[in-house]
Ligand binder design. Structure first.
Ligand SMILES: [Zn+2]
Ligand SMILES: [Zn+2]
Length: 121
């Protein structure tokens, strides 16, 4: 895992961000809400302290459930990340929003495995 900055952006580039240093963790979430929010079988998040992420072109946000906001680009609709009151210092960015997602190591956490479409081995 590299310790330098990690650049990211939405599909159209209207939202851009820089995440400084190594993330707290890389995790998969299999919950039904992440499935709906991303359209994918599960979401892979790269978690950072909020103060380590700087946006250039702020994303929009909507409240996807109690105490949870999901960030997205208002122009292209691409999902950017997740902000939950349960982790007030964290910003969980979708790994696909990063320009070089292969810079991160494999996920170490599997969240909501009981909702997983397929078994995780
Ligand atoms: Zn966009
Ligand atoms: Zn989830």
């Amino acid at each position: 895992m590299t310790s330098g900055s990690h650049l990211g952006r939405c599909r159209c580039g209207a939202v851009r961000f820089v995440a400084a240093g190594a993330p707290l963790r890389v995790a998969n979430c299999h919950c039904g809400d992440c499935r709906k929010a991303t359209g994918a079988a599960f979401a892979t998040f790269v978690d950072y302290k909020r103060n380590k992420v700087d946006f250039e072109g702020a994303p929009d946000a909507y409240r996807s459930s109690k105490g949870v906001e999901r960030l997205y680009c208002r122009q292209c609709g691409a999902p950017i990340g997740y902000r939950g009151d349960a982790s007030p210092e964290e910003l969980n960015l979708y790994i696909g929003a990063f320009d070089a997602p292969d810079a991160f190591s494999s996920p170490t956490d599997e969240c909501h495995q009981e909702s997983a479409l397929w078994s995780v081995t």
